[in-house]
Structure formats: structure tokens, C-alpha cells
Design a binder for this molecule. Structure first.
Ligand code: NAP
Length: 296
């Protein structure tokens, strides 16, 4: 049995959709069934409730599980959540954990790195030392980040406001990552390996705004804001101060040209996955970018 955690989240729910698309059995760990409406109708998906921070709740989820794709939120006690889960999985007899990590992890502990990437690195090391078979999947920024939402894409002002100056990023479509995750969970030979993923183009924010404009027929303008303005906008949108600080670190790192700015399609090639371009992604999701429908 394969278990996917974080199945109600942005990436987890699209990975569960990939299982449904392939008509493949999967168990989905959710904290609350009420949040799982979008995935509970798929016939090959078994929903099980449990909390990764509370091993005593994970018995049914881990029963007879051979492989896990481990995802949890970046915001919420990620190190503790995933280390606790690794221990519980090992005790329950799981053989192999594929850690859903982040691009930049694995390049060496560096205090200048975005704190979430540092946590991913710590979890990767914990998993590697656990005695379980491991694989790290490290996507760059998701293309889904550019969907309307505070504080970046604003459909009232038709602006994309980010502190990126003219620096470039190569975001990846989660759908591509989901195809790779599916393949990793259904084939052999990936133990002890790490797979970095980006999208196929390194784009400036002005180019991303232009591609969204072309797909939607609305003119979206890129507005280069300062890091402090970005922080204030996050706080105004309700982000806790620590989260706002973390994002300032992230964008400061990104605009300095971090590893997410360089295209790396090696993993797409290994798994035979077509790299979705931002233009394709924007076209397929034009209604979401216009605020006319919700992301799937
Ligand atoms: N955003 C990006 O551009 C990006 C790029 C590369 C990598 N990543 C990494 O990808 C990972 C997932 O990101 P995401 O955006 O998909 O996250 P997300 O939307 O916040 O989803 C997180 C999922 O984890 C679940 N979860 C959290 N704590 C849990 C616990 N204690 N027990 C059980 N389930 C728990 C959440 O359940 P509830 O629904 O109950 O909250 C939710 O289903 C993160 O580690 C992030 O660092 C993100």
C-alpha cells in the first residue's frame, strides 16, 4: 500500500488527483475528513484520518504501508511533524519514505538560506539517518503561487507585486511534480537518490505578468516593491510576523539569484515528463487567473 500525507494541501491534493487519473490505489492521510471533499469521491482513493504529530492516531493510516510520500505544511512545526512521522512509520514497518522537500535543500547548510529550506535539509538528514530507504523530491517554486491571492497577484488592481527586481525564477507546475512523484512511488531504483525539479524557463516577474496577460486577456502589470513593502503587505493579509519574516528571507534569497533561477530539467527527462511551460499553465488555468474559478 502507498500512503500520501498532506493530501488536502496544495501539492498533496494534485498528487492524489494523479493517482485518480492513473486509476491507481492510494491511501490519503488527512487531519480532517471534512477538508477532504475534493478528493474523497475518487474511487481508488482511501481516506484515513490521523495527525502526523500524534503517532497514536496513525495506526490505521500506516497499516500495511510499504511506501510513503511525506508532505506537510511548511508553516506548521514542519521539523517536529515530519520527524515524529518518520519514527512512527519506521515502527509500523514502512520500508521507503519519499520526502517532498524543496529546491535549494542539499546544497549544504547555510544560515542565509530561507528557513523552510533549512528545515527541509534537517528533515532530509533525519530521514537518511533513520535506517529507512529514502528519496528526496525537491521542486522549485510552484507555478500555482501566481494564482490570485494576497499579497502577490491582485485582480482589483491587475498587478503582480513582488520584491524581485529583474531577477529570474523557474517555477514548476505541481502537475509535473505529481507525475514524477507517482513514478517514484511505482518504480524501483530511486532509493538514496535526490531529484531536483524546476520548470523549463527562467522568467522575470515582468515576463510572468506578460504571460498571464496573454492567457487571460487582462493586462497584468508587474510592480517591483521593496522587501519591507512585501513584509507589510503580508502582515496586512494576516500572516503571523514570523511567517512574514521567513518570506522576506525567501525573496531576498531569490532575487539574489538562488538555485531556483537556474533551469534544471534532469528529473523531467529521467521520468519522461513533458515540462509544462508557464504559458501552457496560464492558458489551462485562465479562469483561475481571472478569478472565475477556484484551483482544482
Ligand atoms: N509552495 C511552494 O512553491 C513550494 C515549492 C517547493 C516545495 N514546497 C514544499 O511543499 C510542501 C507542501 O506544500 P503545500 O503548499 O502543498 O502545503 P499546504 O498546502 O500547506 O498543505 C500541507 C498539508 O499538510 C497537512 N498537514 C500539516 N500538518 C499536519 C499534521 N500534523 N498531520 C497531518 N497532516 C498535516 C495539511 O493538512 P490540513 O489540511 O489539515 O491543514 C495539508 O494537507 C511544503 O513542505 C513546502 O515547503 C513548496
Amino acid at each position: 500500500m502507498i500512503l500520501v500525507t498532506g493530501a488536502t494541501g496544495v501539492s498533496g491534493s494534485l498528487i492524489i488527483r494523479e493517482f485518480a487519473r492513473q486509476n491507481a490505489q492510494v491511501r490519503a492521510l488527512v487531519r480532517s475528513r471534512a477538508k477532504a471533499r475534493a478528493i474523497e469521491t475518487f474511487p481508488t482513493v482511501e481516506i484515513v484520518e490521523g495527525n502526523m504529530l500524534r503517532p497514536e492516531t496513525l495506526g490505521a493510516a500506516l497499516d500495511n504501508v510499504d511506501r510513503v510520500l511525506m508532505i506537510s505544511s511548511a508553516a506548521e512545526r514542519m521539523l517536529e511533524t515530519q520527524s515524529t512521522f518518520i519514527d512512527a512509520a519506521k515502527k509500523a514497518g514502512v520500508r521507503h519514505i519519499i520526502k517532498f522537500s524543496g529546491k535549494g535543500s542539499g546544497i549544504g547548510y547555510n544560515t542565509k538560506l530561507f528557513r523552510t529550506v533549512r528545515l527541509h535539509e534537517e528533515i532530509e538528514r533525519y530521514l537518511e539517518g533513520s535506517g529507512l530507504a529514502w528519496t528526496h523530491l525537491r521542486p522549485s517554486q510552484f507555478m500555482q503561487f501566481y494564482f490570485p491571492g494576497a499579497p502577490a497577484m491582485n485582480l482589483t488592481t491587475n498587478t503582480l507585486s513582488l520584491p524581485m527586481e529583474n531577477a529570474r525564477l523557474s517555477p514548476v507546475a505541481i502537475e509535473d511534480v505529481a507525475k514524477v512523484a507517482f513514478a517514484l512511488l511505482h518504480s524501483e531504483g530511486h532509493e538514496g537518490k535526490s531529484y531536483d525539479m524546476t520548470g523549463p524557463e527562467a522568467l522575470t516577474m515582468a515576463e510572468i505578468a506578460e504571460q498571464i496577460s496573454q492567457a487571460t486577456g487582462r493586462t497584468i502589470e508587474y510592480v517591483n516593491i521593496t522587501l519591507e513593502e512585501y513584509r507589510r503587505a503580508l502582515l496586512a493579509a494576516g500572516a503571523p510576523p514570523e511567517r512574514a519574516d521567513a518570506f522576506v528571507e525567501l525573496w531576498s534569497d531569490r532575487r539574489g539569484g538562488n538555485s531556483e533561477s537556474r533551469v534544471d530539467l534532469g528529473t523531467h527527462e529521467i521520468f519522461g515528463v513533458h515540462p509544462t511551460t508557464f504559458a501552457e499553465f496560464a492558458r489551462w488555468n485562465a479562469a483561475v487567473f481571472c478569478g472565475e474559478s477556484m484551483p482544482s
